[in-house]
Ligand binder design. Structure first.
Ligand code: C5P
Length: 250
C-alpha cells in the first residue's frame, strides 16, 4: 500500500481568460490545491509571468504546459528561461531532437520534462487525419514514450488508457523510470467535452498515472473547492489501493 499524499498529485489547469480570474481561482482553492498548470490559454495574458512568480513565492508548484516544439537550440533557450522562472514541470513535444534540446536547457536544475505523446482529445480518426494511418493511438503513445525515455525525459503526458503500458515499458530496478501525468480526467457523470480518451480520477490512478491534470471539472465547477475535494477523496482511495511498486514517490 502506498502512503502518497493525493494533494501533491492533483494539478489544476488554470484555463481561464485572464490572470485576474486565475488569481481568484487560486485563492478559492487555497489549502486544497497547491499545484497549478498554466498553458496556452494564459500564455499571452498580461501579467502571466508575474502570476507564475507569485505562485512559486507563495509555495505553490507550477506546471508550464507550453508544449514546446522548435529547433533544438530554440527549445534549449526557452527551457532555460523556464528554469530561471522556477517552474516544476514543463511539456515539450515528443520528438527526439526537441527533447534533447530541452534536456540541455534544463541542465542540472530540478525541472521535470514531460513529452506530449498523443493529445487526449485525439482518437484513431484524428491520427489518420495527421497521416498516421498504420498506427493505433496506443502504439504511437508507446513509441513516443520509449523515445522520450531514451532522450532523457522524466515522464510523459498520456491518457489513463495507456498509463499502465507506459509505466511498464520503463520499468527498471527501482520501479518505473517514467512519470505519467494524465489529463482527460472526467469524474463519473461529468460532461466529456472535447476529451475523447477519458478516464475517471480513480481509473487513471489505478492504471498507473502519477499525477492528474484537471481543468474544467474543477475550475469550471460552480464550487471549485468542493469539486477538488471530491476528486481528492477519490484519488486518495485509489492511491491507497495501488501496490507500492506502481507508485513513483517523487
Ligand atoms: O478541462 P480539462 O480537464 O479537459 O483540461 C485538460 C488540460 O490538460 C487542458 O489544459 C489541456 O490543455 C491539457 N492537456 C490535455 N491533453 C494532453 C495534454 C494536455 O488535455 N495530452
Amino acid at each position: 500500500m502506498s502512503n502518497i499524499d493525493a494533494r501533491e498529485r492533483l494539478i489544476a489547469a488554470l484555463d481561464l481568460p485572464g490572470v485576474g480570474e486565475a488569481r481568484r481561482k487560486v485563492e478559492e482553492l487555497e489549502g486544497v490545491v497547491s499545484f497549478f498548470k498554466i498553458g496556452l490559454t494564459l500564455q499571452l495574458a498580461p501579467g502571466v509571468e508575474r502570476l507564475i512568480q507569485d505562485l512559486i513565492r507563495g509555495g505553490k508548484r507550477v506546471f508550464l504546459d507550453y508544449k514546446y516544439y522548435d529547433i533544438p537550440e530554440t527549445v534549449k533557450t526557452a527551457v532555460s528561461r523556464a528554469v530561471d522562472l522556477g517552474v516544476s514541470f514543463l511539456t515539450v513535444h515528443g520528438s527526439t531532437p526537441v527533447i534533447e534540446g530541452a534536456v540541455k536547457g534544463r541542465g542540472s536544475s530540478d525541472l521535470k520534462l514531460f513529452a506530449v505523446t498523443v493529445l487526449t482529445s485525439m482518437d484513431k480518426g484524428d491520427l489518420a487525419e495527421l497521416g498516421y494511418r498504420d498506427l493505433s493511438v496506443e502504439e504511437l503513445v508507446l513509441f513516443r514514450a520509449r523515445k522520450a525515455l531514451e532522450a532523457g525525459c522524466d515522464g510523459v503526458i498520456a491518457s489513463g488508457r495507456e498509463a499502465r503500458q507506459v509505466k511498464e515499458l520503463a520499468m527498471g530496478e527501482g520501479g518505473s523510470r517514467l512519470l505519467v501525468v494524465t489529463p482527460g480526467i472526467r469524474p463519473d457523470g461529468y460532461a466529456e467535452d472535447d476529451q475523447k480518451r477519458r478516464t475517471t480520477p480513480a481509473g487513471a490512478i489505478v492504471a498507473g498515472a502519477d499525477y492528474l491534470v484537471i481543468g474544467r471539472p474543477i475550475v469550471g465547477a460552480a464550487d471549485s473547492r468542493e469539486a477538488a475535494e471530491r476528486i481528492l477523496a477519490e484519488m486518495k482511495e485509489a492511491f491507497g489501493k495501488k501496490p507500492r511498486a506502481m507508485v513513483a514517490e517523487d
